[in-house]
Design a protein around this ligand. Structure first.
Ligand code: K1U
Ligand code: ZN
Length: 168
């Protein structure tokens, strides 16, 4: 098990579009295990492979209050989306900032598990929001992209300043 380094906005690597997972091998299982450890330690309710500089279509999440309902989605696809929900979102790649984002409230998702077995399920509320947020990461998109240019640029400047202070 290992903790992975989480990339921070505005790192350009967060803009990479992830490629489908094609090999369901031991390396994939190790990455999934390391991503869960990193997500729980952060702590976060989700983590996309993009955020740890692995550009494959893989995300992990656990939106339960008890933090014991891990879920891993590989090559996820949103088959349908309904309703609207506006929720405060945070992001481990944009630490310290929470902003409202409007997203679909109910989604139907197809996915594969670590062995490559396919399934479909429905999600709503925070689970649906988290899946959409993490799937955005796999397409190189961040929640700050839904904000005004002014807000996004303010967040960028503050994070760049913090990163410079840390490295000096
Ligand atoms: O993708 C990420 O960076 C993780 C992010 C996921 C997310 C949060 C809120 C709405 C949608 C998606 C986080 O987990 S930020 C941290 C957070 O929200 C949280 C952490 C611990 C307990 C409860 C919430
Ligand atoms: Zn995020």
């Amino acid at each position: 098990m290992a903790l992975l380094n989480i990339l921070h906005f505005p790192d350009p690597r967060l803009r990479t579009v992830a490629k489908p997972v094609s090999e369901f091998d031991e390396n994939l299982k190790q990455l999934v295990s390391d991503m869960f450890e990193t997500m729980y330690e952060a702590p976060g309710i989700g983590l996309a492979a993009t955020q740890v500089d692995r550009h494959i279509r893989l995300l992990v999440m656990d939106v339960s209050e008890t933090r014991n309902q891990p879920r891993c989605l590989i090559n996820p696809v949103i088959l349908s989306a309904e309703g609207e929900e506006e929720m405060d979102e945070g992001c481990l790649s944009v630490p310290g900032f929470y902003e409202k984002v409007r997203r679909a409230d109910r989604i139907r998702v197809s996915t594969q598990d670590v062995d490559g077995v396919s399934s479909e399920f429905e999600a709503e509320g925070i689970e649906a929001v988290c899946i959409q947020h993490e799937m955005d990461h796999l397409d190189g998109k961040l929640f700050v992209d839904y904000l005004s240019n002014l807000k996004r640029n303010r967040i960028r400047s503050k994070l760049v300043k913090q990163q410079k202070q840390k490295s000096s």
